[in-house]
Write a protein that binds this ligand. Structure first.
Ligand SMILES: [Zn+2]
Length: 265
């Protein structure tokens, strides 16, 4: 993906297997053969995006890490392979932007001894997520990742933000709360073009057709819904394209308006 002078590489750390129940009680496989397989499961990526802007290598989200959930619905471990495939070592990464602190977005930040896996990176995240996951002890983050954040709390390379902020030339983190209190999306802009990296603010393009489908992970469902509606409107622009961390095949697209709205890739 090229946005003006900026290159974005989408890569998946692994697989997120989601049944319709992930989208709420009212969700069903009916009419969605393109998303759910014959066992009623959607095989979604655990997406990360590498953005190259000038001398900066900015990673948006840090995957699940080399682990899995006990139920096997989330299996990580591939991010470093993906980086290596495009010639990048962990030490090359200058910045990591965590859209939020759920375990499938921060898993490669620290090893089991709480040492940073990206030793030269500044780590950006929403201040609200620090309060919710690190201070508040929410269990949906791995213990050693929480501990890694705590051990490095005084380090200037940890950058909690509570307003929209430029992270690197052409790369801005914007506040999009709801899925988590400090959720961030990332806007990449160059030469009149824009790409919107949605994190989990929108889980899947199916939510455009199925407006009542939310995410069972939404901490504040009403606020998450308002944020989703705002982002859909943003994606109606002609100069913009967007992708979320769990969009099928990590394909970018935008909203086309006609008699209704539809997702177009
Ligand atoms: Zn996620």
């Amino acid at each position: 993906m090229q946005v003006g002078d900026i290159v974005i590489n989408a890569m998946s750390d692994g697989t997120f297997i989601a049944g319709p129940g992930y989208f709420g009680d009212g969700a069903s496989v009916d009419g969605h053969d393109d998303l759910f397989d014959r066992h009623g499961k959607a095989w979604l990526p655990i997406g990360c995006f590498l953005i190259r802007s000038g001398a900066r290598y900015v990673l948006v989200d840090a995957g699940m890490g080399p682990t899995r959930t006990p139920d096997g619905d989330l299996v990580g471990g591939q991010l470093l392979v993906g980086l290596r495939a495009v010639g990048i070592q962990p030490s090359d990464i200058t910045d990591v932007v965590c859209t939020h602190m759920h375990g499938d977005h921060v898993g490669w930040l620290f090893d089991l001894e709480c040492r940073p896996i990206f030793p030269h990176a500044t780590i950006w995240f929403g201040a609200g997520d620090w309060r919710h996951f690190i201070e508040g002890g929410n269990p949906l983050i791995q213990d050693h990742i929480r501990q890694g954040f705590q051990e490095h709390a005084g380090d200037t390379r940890l950058r909690p933000i509570d307003e929209d902020m430029s992270v690197a030339p052409g790369i801005t983190a914007i506040q999009t709360p709801g899925h988590t209190p400090g959720h961030l999306c990332v806007v990449v802009s160059s030469d009149g073009q824009r790409a919107l990296l949605l994190g989990d603010a929108i889980t899947c393009p199916v939510q455009l057709d199925e407006s009542t489908w939310h995410s069972i992970g939404d901490v504040d469902p009403a606020l998450a819904d308002r944020t989703r509606q705002r982002l859909w409107r943003e994606l109606e622009g002609e100069d913009i394209t967007g992708a979320g961390a769990h969009f099928p095949e990590l394909k970018f697209g935008r909203v086309l308006r006609g008699s209704g709205r539809r997702w177009w890739t």
